[in-house]
Write a protein that binds this ligand. Structure first.
Ligand SMILES: C[C@@](CO)(OP(=O)(O)O)[C@H](O)COP(=O)(O)OP(=O)(O)OC[C@H]1O[C@@H](n2ccc(N)nc2=O)[C@H](O)[C@@H]1O
Ligand SMILES: Nc1ncnc2c1ncn2[C@@H]1O[C@H](COP(=O)(O)OP(=O)(O)O)[C@@H](O)[C@H]1O
Length: 279
């Protein structure tokens, strides 16, 4: 039996930083959704545990014990075998949780392959603050440092564009450069009938990491301006700690057209058109 799992890109539609714990980790309030663009994982029965990383974004991704997929496998206990393939399509260290979504997909896939329950919540969180929210991808509100997950609103249909300019922005550096840690939380997300109404609501919310990330990587400002200038763009914002930014459109056709225009004008940027993904 071979098991497959999809690791969708994570998008922080909002990312409010509301405080900081004594251990340095920040308190977040974030509306998280997932895109139908992502990495693909395969799990086949085998005597030993192996990982092969392939695909257009494999370069620079470790295939040894540093890979979050192998760290996820280790949570099931030592001595279990599986031949794992990871087909990378998402840029790494990009604010769209590539590694975290891979880790969560590995937990789902290996749990199925081995017939074992998922590791407990504390173990899942130990893989990274973003892994719990990636376990069952859908619209979710994420709080605490990432461990408090609540159901999000029902999403309207929409098109999404993701753009990464190819600069890696390390998450710790962005949090370190954040001037104010005690920003207001997000109001309750009510649910919206259309993408336009949702974008209108989102415009009053924030990604508090956008300013510090832009200070570290000014090209993020160019990316946001380029997305905002595409026809039909309802909102342009950065995801996570960057540098990937997203645009929201009324539908996938408009998002595809915007993606094509962005690819033509900025060689070397990673651009993907998508729609929300729910597992
Ligand atoms: C900022 C977010 C928002 O969704 O997304 P990304 O930019 O990573 O996609 C996440 O909270 C990132 O989650 P993740 O990348 O799993 O974080 P971890 O590996 O646990 O931590 C990396 C580093 O980020 C900082 N960190 C992370 C989470 C958090 N709530 N407070 C923090 O201060 C810490 O400096 C930590 O050492
Ligand atoms: N499966 C993986 N895919 C991508 N990066 C990984 C993976 N496993 C470990 N890493 C490491 O994790 C770091 C952060 O990657 P990622 O989770 O994609 O970024 P972010 O936290 O910004 O969303 C990368 O620099 C990479 O070296």
């Amino acid at each position: 039996m071979t098991v497959e799992a999809f690791a969708p890109a994570k998008i922080n539609l909002t990312l409010h930083v509301t405080g900081q714990r004594e251990d340095g980790y920040h308190l977040l309030d974030s509306l998280v959704v997932f895109a139908d663009a992502g990495d693909r994982l395969g799990f086949a029965p085998a005597g030993n545990l192996t990982l092969t990383v392939t695909g257009p974004r494999a370069a620079g991704v470790p295939s040894d014990g540093r890979n979050l997929v192998l760290k996820a496998a280790a949570l099931f206990g030592a001595g279990r075998g599986a031949a794992i393939t990871l087909d990378k399509h998402l840029p790494a260290a990009a604010g769209i949780g590539g590694g975290s979504s891979d880790a969560a997909a590995a937990l789902r896939g290996l749990s199925q392959l081995w017939g074992l329950p998922l590791p407990d919540a504390a173990a899942v969180l130990s893989l990274g603050a973003d892994v719990p929210v990636c376990l069952a991808p859908r619209a979710l509100r994420m709080r605490g440092v990432g461990e408090e997950i609540a159901e999000g609103p029902r999403l309207p249909s929409m098109g999404l564009v993701l753009v990464n300019p190819g600069v890696e922005v390390p998450t710790p550096a962005v949090f370190k450069a954040l001037a104010r840690k005690d920003n207001p939380p997000m109001p309750h997300p009510p649910g919206w009938a259309t993408a336009a109404v949702m974008a209108h609501w989102l415009r009053d919310q924030r990604n508090d990491l956008e300013a510090p990330a832009r200070a570290l990587a000014p090209v993020i400002g160019e990316v946001l301006a380029a997305i905002a200038a595409t026809p039909g763009c309802l909102l342009a914002r950065m995801s996570g700690s960057g540098a990937t930014c997203f645009g929201i459109y009324d539908n996938r056709t408009e998002a595809e057209a915007a993606a094509a225009a962005l690819r033509a004008q900025a060689q070397g940027w990673w651009v993907a058109a998508a729609e929300p993904f729910t597992l």
